[in-house]
Design a protein around this ligand. Structure first.
Ligand code: FES
Length: 157
């Protein structure tokens, strides 16, 4: 993605705003929805558009967990660490995924295939321990099922 591509997409977003300071969060949200993270060049353009310092844009982006400053992998794995999943062994499932992908929670594989995250309850406690890969939910996870689930998702993608 070139700087020109980023600029074109941003101009489209900016066209819906007045350029006022209080629009920062919605603009960051739209930018992230477009690029799946907040590229540095986009943050500079946003600071120019809103006439606020780069450091303010950066400060807000790092304050809220919803904003990502590094690109996500093609697939995002989320392992539930809510209470019901925790008592049924989610930590072991997470450790097995970390081992198989060679990354820790919060990281992305070098080939940009997977990003691994943990989340609070996803609302499927009856199926604990649970995990999701993009919009697909996998329940009653075990360390043995990890390879199967990762294999399925790579076939699907
Ligand atoms: S605690 Fe994991 S789905 Fe509710």
């Amino acid at each position: 993605m070139t700087k020109a591509d980023v600029q074109e997409k941003l101009e489209d977003i900016f066209s819906r705003y007045k350029g006022e300071r209080q629009e920062l969060i919605p603009i960051l949200q739209e930018t992230q929805a477009k690029f799946r993270y907040l590229p540095a060049v986009a943050m500079r353009e946003i600071s120019r558009f809103l006439q606020i310092p780069d450091s303010s844009v950066y400060g807000v982006s790092t304050f809220y967990a919803q904003f990502k400053l590094t690109p996500l992998g093609k697939k995002v794995i989320r392992v539930c660490r809510g209470t019901a999943c925790h008592v049924r062994g989610s930590a072991k499932v997470l450790a097995e995924i970390e081992k198989q992908l060679g990354i820790k929670a919060g990281e992305t594989t070098e080939d940009m295939e997977y990003t691994l995250e943990t989340v609070a309850c996803i609302g499927a406690c009856a199926l604990a321990p649970t995990m999701t890969i993009d919009n697909e939910t996998y329940g009653k996870m075990t360390t043995k099922k990890v390879a199967e689930v990762l294999g399925d998702s790579s076939k699907a993608g």
